[in-house]
Structures are given as structure tokens and as C-alpha cells.
Design a protein around this ligand. Structure first.
Ligand code: NAP
Length: 167
């Protein structure tokens, strides 16, 4: 399983229910990675998307505790276990699953992930949602780093992490 996230220098991911920075190039990167695959997101992230609509041309799994929640075009599930069962029942390989936020959902599925696609925005952006600093974790190793991108006054790099095998 993969996770894909954009973080600032503090490993913040969100502010006031939205993203930290407008980075069209990073949205294209997200689309290129996830198109045709499965994205897993929390109800709050779904509702932060344009029109509160699921992402096109991807299977959207949305997590909520609310048993009455419906969202046309998305599969609504109610626990981590239900997500894992859905993936198994549909014979989806782990490489095709992208944990796509927000903070609660990254935390819930981090132990299931082996690869992380982290967009490192080189600024402090006063976030109000954070994820674990995997760049400081002994569990993860950096395996790739892009050239510095510049967009809308922000510098950022795409960094790939792999989970280290447990000894
Ligand atoms: N920087 C990035 O790459 C990135 C990526 C995605 C999102 N975001 C941002 O992240 C923010 C949202 O993050 P967030 O942490 O506030 O919310 P979130 O993780 O998107 O969604 C939280 C919701 O998920 C449901 N949920 C959580 N744990 C669950 C569980 N164990 N079982 C069933 N349902 C569960 C609950 O829904 P109910 O309350 O309905 O029960 C909970 O309120 C937004 O601002 C968004 O823009 C940033």
C-alpha cells in the first residue's frame, strides 16, 4: 500500500479544512500516480474536494463512522478493517492502493503502507493538521528525490520513501 501527501517543513498537511498551498504541478503528479487506481480518504477530505465529489477515473473509498452517509461515485466504508476486506475481496494488489488523506486516515493506515510519495514544500505554512515525520523515522528510508520545483512562489521536491524491512 502507498500513501501520497504534500507536507510543509513541519510535516503539516492542511489548514482551515483545505490544502496548504496551490501547486498545480503537484496536483498533476497526484493525478498521474493515482489515475486508474484506488484512493482511500476520510470523509472530511472528500468534502474538501471541488464540488465535494469523488476523484474521477479512480475507485474512491471514503471512510466515515456514519452508517447513513452516501456519496454517489464513491464506496463508503466504516473502518480500517472494512477497507482491507474490500481490497482483498476485489483482488486489488497493494501497489494500486493510495492512502490519500487527511491526517486521521494517514495515521490509521500508516502501518499498512510500504511506499510513501511525499511532496516536501520548503516553507513553514502554519498548518493545523500534521502527520508523523517519516523523514525522522527509523522505519523509513528515502529512495528518491526530484529536482526542486518552483511554483506560485513555493519551492518543493517529490520524495519517495520505502519502509525498511523489520529485522
Ligand atoms: N496535504 C495533503 O496531501 C492532504 C491530503 C488530503 C487531505 N488533506 C487535507 O486534510 C484535511 C482533512 O484531514 P482531517 O484529518 O481533518 O480529516 P480526514 O482524515 O480527511 O477525515 C476524518 C474523518 O474520517 C472518518 N474516520 C476517521 N477515522 C475513521 C475510522 N477509524 N473509521 C471510520 N471512519 C473514520 C471520520 O468521519 P466521520 O466524522 O464522518 O465519522 C473522520 O471525521 C483537509 O484540510 C484536506 O484538505 C491534505
Amino acid at each position: 500500500m502507498n500513501f501520497i501527501v504534500a507536507v510543509d517543513l513541519d510535516y503539516g498537511i492542511a489548514k482551515n479544512g483545505g490544502l496548504l498551498a496551490r501547486l498545480p504541478g503537484d496536483l498533476r503528479f497526484f493525478k498521474q500516480k493515482t489515475l486508474g487506481n484506488v484512493v482511500v480518504m476520510g470523509r472530511k477530505t472528500l468534502e474538501s474536494l471541488p464540488g465535494q465529489k469523488p476523484l474521477a477515473e479512480r475507485e474512491n473509498l471514503v471512510l466515515t463512522k456514519d452508517k447513513n452517509y452516501h456519496c454517489p461515485g464513491a464506496t463508503v466504508l466504516h473502518s480500517r478493517e472494512e477497507v482491507l476486506k474490500w481490497i482483498k475481496d476485489h483482488n486489488i494488489s497493494q501497489e494500486k492502493v493510495f492512502i490519500s488523506g487527511g491526517a486521521e486516515i494517514y495515521q490509521l493506515f500508516m502501518p499498512d503502507c510500504c511506499t510513501g510519495y511525499v511532496t516536501e514544500i520548503k516553507h513553514h505554512l502554519a498548518a493545523d493538521r500534521f502527520i508523523e515525520k517519516i523523514n525522522q523515522s527509523s522505519q523509513w528510508i528515502e529512495t528518491g528525490r526530484s529536482q526542486m520545483q518552483q511554483e506560485n512562489g513555493y519551492g518543493y521536491e517529490w520524495v519517495t520513501y520505502q519502509r525498511k524491512h523489520r529485522i
